[in-house]
Write a protein that binds this ligand. Structure first.
Ligand code: NAD
Ligand code: UDP
Length: 312
């Protein structure tokens, strides 16, 4: 029995493809909407045989009309290299994309979830980050197209909720990794794994003492679904991330150990506005969603390394 018809924008991306797979597995009908800027048909090709899956090439900055029960709005390049490639398009995707999807949700009375980000906290002074922290974001820097675009999208979600009673959900996703990460998107986990597998130098930006808290993609998908299932009185925002914090040096050492690599560390300039620390406070997710991550770094890295062994 088909349960729901669900639209996933950014469905051919890293996270979107895992989400589509899971929603189909749970018996839903799924439409992926993607312009393939950073996504890849390879990520969803194995789903195309499923009669309940549809892949639509479309840009979210252009209105789209469809009848669905739920919308997951993930369309947006997520890695610094990709979102800075065409910064203006990144802002348009976040802001106009949110307006278009919220307008659709309003018209068809669908529930809509926004994939927001820990980047709304910028280079945070509050550590770990709680949802009530307003953040420390540079509005004019090279990360601003992404950070401010995502902040504005959150504003739009809240305003459509307050003004039009749209059934919204906002999750703030912290650094996520796993199979199907784009091999050239420059994110730290994929970079280090690929470099280690090729015995090339591992590029540490800055002194490597900056921290991130890495979440395995399977845990994120579980959190997303749980958030979507909550009743309309809970809109978020809610942090979805793994609170175990690592320095980039620790991550590099772990990757070298797990791959048995001969790679050496090299130190490169730190990109501007690179946050010094990031770690989610997930008390809200624990209490409201009864969710917490179950895959820790060692186990998640092994799965991700196995994936990259097959493609590099
Ligand atoms: P990704 O780049 O793999 O996926 C984004 C997808 O959106 C791609 O398939 C891309 O082609 C598509 N897209 C981009 N612009 C579009 C447009 N204008 N119209 C239609 N499709 C468009 O990135 P991801 O890591 O899978 O991220 C998915 C979402 O999760 C993003 O919104 C991102 O901001 C958010 N997020 C990700 C992370 C993370 O660590 N991966 C952290 C925080 C938030
Ligand atoms: N980083 C690094 N080497 C790399 C790529 C990234 O040291 O080859 C650092 C980067 O400067 C940042 C952290 O790793 O401090 C996470 O970077 P990523 O681009 O994965 O995510 P974000 O900065 O958006 O959290």
């Amino acid at each position: 029995m088909i349960k729901k018809r669900i639209l996933v924008t950014g469905g051919a991306g890293f996270i979107g493809s895992h989400l589509c797979e899971r929603l189909l597995h749970d018996g839903n009908e799924v439409i992926s909407l993607d312009n393939y800027f950073t996504g890849d048909k390879q990520n969803i090709v194995y789903l195309l045989d499923n009669p309940y899956f549809e892949a639509v090439r479309h840009d979210v900055t252009i209105p789209y009309y469809v009848e669905v029960d739920e919308i997951y709005n993930l369309a947006c390049p997520a890695s610094p290299i990709h979102y800075q490639f065409d910064a203006i398009q990144t802002v348009k995707t976040s802001v106009i994309g949110a307006i278009n999807m919220l307008g659709l949700a309003k018209r068809i009375k669908a529930k809509i979830l926004q994939a927001s980000t820990s980047e709304v906290y910028g280079d945070p002074f509050v550590h770990p980050q709680t949802e009530d922290y307003w953040g420390n974001v540079n509005p004019i820097g090279i990360r601003s197209c992404y950070d401010e675009g995502k902040r504005c999208a959150e504003t739009l979600f809240m305003d459509y909720h307050r003004m039009n009673n749209v059934d919204i959900k906002i999750i703030r996703i912290f650094n996520t990794y796993g199979p199907r990460m784009h091999p050239h998107d420059g994110r730290v986990v994929s970079n280090f794994i690929i470099q280690a597998l090729k015995n090339e130098d591992i590029t540490i930006f800055g002194d490597g003492k900056q921290t991130r808290s890495f979440q395995y993609v399977g845990d994120l998908i579980e959190g997303m679904l749980k958030m979507m299932e909550t009743d309309s009185s809970f809109v978020g925002p809610v942090n979805i991330g793994n609170p175990h914090e690592f320095t980039m040096l620790e991550l590099a050492e772990k990757v070298i150990e797990l791959t048995g690599s001969k790679s050496k560390l090299v130190f490169c300039p730190l990109p501007s506005d690179d946050p010094k620390q990031r770690k989610p406070d997930i008390s809200l997710a624990k209490s409201k969603l009864h969710w917490e991550p179950t895959v820790q770094l060692q186990e998640g890295l092994k799965k991700t390394i196995d994936y990259f062994k097959g493609i590099v």
